[in-house]
Write a protein that binds this ligand. Structure first.
Ligand SMILES: [Fe+2]
Length: 360
């Protein structure tokens, strides 16, 4: 697909996703059974995730389907959904390993927060989303539209909520086009820096906040960045300029455009679903939810952040967060406070297996 075609595909409206559902994939029962078999054969509760390699898993015909979904999310519409991961056959830890195994094929997993974890269990841990160190994935709160901290994010659903937890997506490429048409004055503001808090997860060589425009371009492609919670949180950090009235209006209008019914696609993830986003062109959010009482039934997704080997060049303004804008480099993520030698060795090994550079 040419860059122009990709940009047009990524500027979808709800009607586009409904009319052409080629972004939704399904695994056959046989393919799902093989996934379950390879994960159960490899699973060892004593073995750290970093010790598994691609060769430990034969994903079989499922990989072709998942690879096509990753391609659609990365270089097509910016979003894809795969139905039919073998949820019923696998324990929570085995399902987590299945998500990890998919990640080993798909790219270099990126750390996701203060604990430098490379896979996150998305569940309600009672965290206050609006606190200075709050993160949405550990709360049951309604989330603002936002991007995650890597080129690609995958969410594998193990349990759905008792009620709520609806997943919403909206195209940032479309949102920018609408903003340009309706409010060119605010589009100009959106192309200038906003300040985002690192939510107290910064590593030693990073400040507590960083500046980044909400939209920028590289090699003819548009890149979007948005996270209201982090922008508001940064307002409490010394040294961050106060938001101007025009910036506040830009934030409100963008959120309003993203949530228009014709722009915001909604879905409920079911157990065994794998949702994939390209964070540069797709924003996501979810509604608040209520859990079942029994711990083993509570809403649970496993999230990976990935740097794929076939990534494209990022805008220079993305460097501060991503630490590299080079195509095909290991970039993005939140290295956090425990990014140690074991993390670095894993990244170097996986990068070399995929022919990727780690030199920024
Ligand atoms: Fe997210």
């Amino acid at each position: 697909m040419s860059t122009t075609d990709q940009q047009a595909a990524a500027a979808w409206r709800v009607a586009d996703l409904e009319q052409d559902q080629s972004w939704i994939f399904s695994l056959s029962d046989a393919a799902a059974r093989q996934l379950a078999r390879t994960v159960m054969a490899a699973y060892d509760p004593e073995r750290p995730l970093f010790d598994y390699a691609r060769e430990d898993f034969d994903l079989g015909p499922a990989w072709e389907t998942i690879a096509a979904a990753l391609q659609e999310a990365h270089h097509g519409r910016g979003v894809a959904l795969v139905h039919g991961l073998p949820r019923a056959d696998l324990s929570e830890d085995e399902f987590k390993l299945l998500n990890w195994a998919i990640g080993l094929y798909a790219g270099v997993a990126r750390p996701q927060g203060k604990a430098s974890q490379y896979i996150s269990a998305v569940r309600d841990a009672g965290v206050d989303y609006r606190a200075a160190s709050g993160r949405g994935y550990s709360s049951n709160a309604k989330l603002d539209f936002h991007v995650d901290g890597a080129d690609i994010a995958t969410l594998g659903c193990y349990n759905a909520a008792k009620s709520g937890g609806q997943s919403m997506i909206s195209s940032s490429v479309l949102a920018r086009q609408i903003l340009m048409d309706e409010r060119p004055d605010l589009a100009e503001i959106a192309h200038q820096d906003f300040y985002f808090s690192r939510q107290q997860e910064e590593t030693e060589d990073e400040g507590p906040y960083y500046g980044q425009p909400l939209f920028d371009f590289a090699d003819g492609r548009m890149f979007g960045k948005w996270n209201r919670n982090r922008v508001q949180s940064a307002q409490r950090i010394a040294g961050v300029p106060a938001l101007t009235d025009q910036q506040r209006e830009t934030m409100d209008v963008i959120d309003q455009i993203l949530a228009r019914p014709e722009n915001m696609y909604t879905m409920y993830l079911k157990p065994g679903d794998l949702q994939i986003f390209n964070n540069h062109v797709t924003l996501h959010s979810r509604t608040e939810y209520v859990d079942f009482d029994r711990p083993e039934q509570k809403r649970l997704l496993f999230r990976l952040w990935l740097a794929p080997s076939d990534s494209v060049r990022l805008p220079e303004t993305w460097w501060d967060f991503y630490r590299s804008v080079k195509p095909g480099s290991v970039r993005g993520g939140i290295r956090g406070h425990a990014h140690d030698a074991a993390c670095k060795a894993f990244e170097a090994r996986q990068a070399s297996a995929l022919g990727m550079t780690t030199d920024g």
